[in-house]
Design a protein around this ligand. Structure first.
Ligand code: ASP
Length: 334
């Protein structure tokens, strides 16, 4: 991933949206196109700095509390890496069963405790709306790292940054445009918070076509489709990938979210509904990309990993730069 210079998101060094100091990041609904340009511009700078010097002292003396009530590998460790690459430090609470949560402490009280010690709190919680509740209790910034089946805004930002870096171009030559792209979301669109956030964020762009491919019981929620439909974007639902794969520029694959099913028998019915493997990808474009928020279970065969279109490992790296940007912004250093 070579870094091009000057910054393609902020070609004139513009800094119009530096007012994120102290803000919470709860939902992608908070962002407009200018915000995205700004965030991706900062992320681009972060990438250049990591490549040049690795770690630097922008957030020296600042402390992040990483509070995870649900399992996480990438989100938790990339926020830790982001904070440490910026010279800050981290209070890791990845296993709430060893904290006072098991004694019955409320989310609000836990948040009020952690903000006595930290400057910013990253929260993952199984209940939709929990990040907003935490933000109400807290004076320090809360960053939503996934609230149940609700949203995963930082994932959607890094997903959009990935699409921009890999495929984005605007007529003015900056990377801030996504023109004439067909994005196909595949798998568990009902419980997958990453696709709820990503579809909403992509609705800020004009020329995107969204295809939703899922089993009948895992369709994109109507509420999300209604919100996305308010933008200038087209949406269509399918049960089979075959028809839409040849036109797809971004294939966004998701895991069937076993832990969210009320009836395990329903999970068994749909768990292997789609599997991406090299043979079927012959009908896809050569310059398209396959993304996945990870972890994958069986929905992308490991035999596809060496295909240059497999962008899911690169996607994780873009996440580091976006999360560095977000931390610097809410702590008033970007
Ligand atoms: N890691 C993503 C999330 O936290 C996707 C997944 O778990 O399937 O939502």
């Amino acid at each position: 991933m070579p870094t091009s210079s000057p910054n393609p998101y902020l070609p004139f060094g513009e800094n119009k949206h530096a007012d994120w100091y102290g803000k919470d990041i709860i939902s992608v609904k908070q962002f407009n196109r200018k915000d995205l340009e700004y965030i991706f511009g900062v992320a681009h700078e972060m990438r250049g700095m990591v490549e040049r010097v690795g770690t630097f002292d922008l957030l020296k003396g600042k402390i992040l509390a990483n509070l995870f009530y649900e399992p996480s590998t990438r989100t938790s460790s990339s926020f830790t890496a982001a904070m440490e690459r910026l010279g800050g430090s981290v209070i890791p609470i990845n296993e709430v069963k060893y904290s006072s949560v098991t004694k019955g402490e409320s989310l609000s009280d836990t948040i009020r405790t952690l903000e006595c010690y930290a400057d910013v709190i990253v929260l993952r919680h199984p209940e939709t709306g929990s990040a907003a509740i935490a933000a109400k209790a807290a004076k320090k910034p809360i960053i939503n790292a996934g609230d149940g089946i609700g949203e995963h805004p930082t994932q959607a930002l890094l997903d959009t940054f990935t699409i921009m870096e890999e495929l984005g171009r605007s007529s003015t030559g900056t990377r801030s445009g996504l023109e004439n792209l067909t994005v196909t979301m595949l798998g568990d669109l009902k419980y997958g918070r990453t696709v709820h956030s990503l579809a909403r964020l992509l609705s800020l762009f004009d020329n995107i076509k969204l295809n939703y491919v899922s089993p009948d019981i895992l369709k994109m929620p109507k509420e999300v489709m209604d919100e996305v439909g308010a933008g200038n974007i087209s949406q269509a639902e399918y049960s089979s990938l075959e028809k839409v794969l040849p036109e797809t520029d971004v294939l966004y694959v998701t895991r069937v979210q076993k832990e969210r099913f009320e009836d395990p028998a329903d999970y068994e019915k749909v768990k292997g509904a789609y599997v991406i493997e090299p043979g079927m990808m012959k009908t896809a474009k050569q310059n398209m990309i396959v993304m996945h928020p990870l972890p994958r279970v069986t929905e992308i065969s490991m035999d596809f990993d060496d295909d240059p279109r497999a962008a899911y490992f690169r996607q994780m790296e873009y996440g580091l730069y976006v999360r560095m940007a977000l931390l610097a912004m809410v702590l008033g250093k970007a």
